[in-house]
Design a protein around this ligand. Structure first.
Ligand code: ADP
Ligand code: MG
Length: 341
């Protein structure tokens, strides 16, 4: 593969290359890359949503099993997921990268290729960024901007007692996918001749390397005439996110083990790795599904939705936050989530 040293291009040459092919698609983007700041304009009756996330090599990703194109895609998607979790529409991102001379122009272009694909997929404009150097590792910071009508914005702190708790899609797959990739890396390090056997585990690996933000659900809820009473995206595992909603809403919750949605491939892979499926769902991360609560009167509107599961209900704070196990036992839900340090 070709390798063009970044030093040959310089910062401005690099920015020129990275911005190639970018065409803004949203009317809210007045001016994108190329001046001291991007210029945006939103409808007068809407509020602006803004969020940022940083991914650090060695902490949030490992380039020995994460293709740069996937990393770029994922970095954009995880930000879009935060806007989805507010029930808003994402429209712009700004990308800041810190890179060392370990990376070639071609490598950084791969990263941007993934980001541009995600931008196309989710109709988001890449309107600016910053380029700086690091000693060794890669750092990617993305800021996303979106918007929503004031009355459509959904917070974490607004769940009500007796509301129904819903989750989208299936859970635990991204965490199991990460375990598969880590295991393959060990095998590969031990014997570089070995080819990874990923075919049967494609679904979980894809969920780890190419997650999606549930903008489709945001649109479905609009079509169904539902504004959730609270919402959060599941980046750190169901337990941690449910605790956030409960703590911020000053309530407790009851969820049922037999209602946790887990895909069949995921269950098979969990079993083959000797992992507890419930522990993976509660404490595994990076599914980027949505956890939300609705009024009981809205239940009929979602009960036939293929991709929404109802897993329990909110209750008084004094009753605590509990999982009713398959055996009928009540187990307190505790946060583990991801510990980075
Ligand atoms: P300044 O020095 O005024 O901050 P820069 O020279 O850093 O401006 O950036 C010039 C333009 O290129 C700006 O529009 C900026 O947002 C954009 N830009 C810089 N780095 C990146 C990047 N890594 N990705 C996308 N756009 C970038
Ligand atoms: Mg700058």
């Amino acid at each position: 593969m070709e390798r063009t040293e970044l030093g040959k291009l310089g910062e401005f040459g690099l920015i020129e290359r990275l911005k190639s092919g970018i065409i803004n698609q949203n009317k809210e983007t007045i001016f994108g890359i190329g001046d001291d700041a991007a210029v945006l304009q939103f409808p007068a009756n809407e509020q602006i949503l803004i969020s940022t996330d940083t991914m650090v090599e060695g902490i949030h990703f490992d380039l020995s099993y994460t293709p740069l194109k996937h990393l770029g895609y994922k970095a954009v998607v995880t930000n879009i997921s935060d806007i989805a979790a507010m029930n808003g529409t994402p429209t712009q991102i700004i990308v800041s990268i810190a890179i060392s001379n370990r990376f070639s122009l071609e490598a950084i272009e791969e990263l941007y290729e993934g980001m541009k694909i995600a931008c196309g997929e989710y109709k988001v404009d890449l309107v600016g960024g910053d380029t700086t150097s690091s000693l060794k590792g890669l750092i990617v910071t993305i800021t996303v901007v979106g918007h929503a009508k004031k009355e459509e914005i959904v917070y974490r702190h607004t769940a009500q007692n007796k509301d129904i708790i819903c989750v989208t899609g299936d859970l635990g797959a991204a965490y199991v996918g990460l375990q598969v990739l880590r295991q393959e890396k060990e095998v590969f390090l031990a014997n570089p001749e070995m080819q990874p056997e990923l075919t049967e585990k494609n679904y979980v690996v894809e969920r780890q390397l190419k997650p999606e933000a549930r903008m489709d659900i945001v649109l479905d809820l609009k079509d169904l005439g539902i504004v959730p009473t609270s919402m959060i995206d599941i980046s750190d595992g169901l337990a941690s996110e449910l605790l956030h909603i409960c703590t911020k809403s000053n309530l407790g919750a009851t969820i049922f083990e037999d209602k946790l949605p887990i895909g069949s491939e995921t269950l098979n892979t969990m079993a083959s790795l000797n992992l507890s499926s419930t522990a993976c769902v509660l404490n595994g991360g990076e599914d980027y599904e949505l956890l939300f609560t609705i009024k009981q009167s809205d239940f009929d509107k979602i009960k036939n939705h293929q991709d929404i599961s109802t897993i329990g209900y909110m209750n008084e704070k004094e009753k605590g936050i509990n999982l009713i196990s398959n055996g009928g036992k009540s187990v307190p839900v505790e946060a583990q989530g991801w510990v980075h340090f």
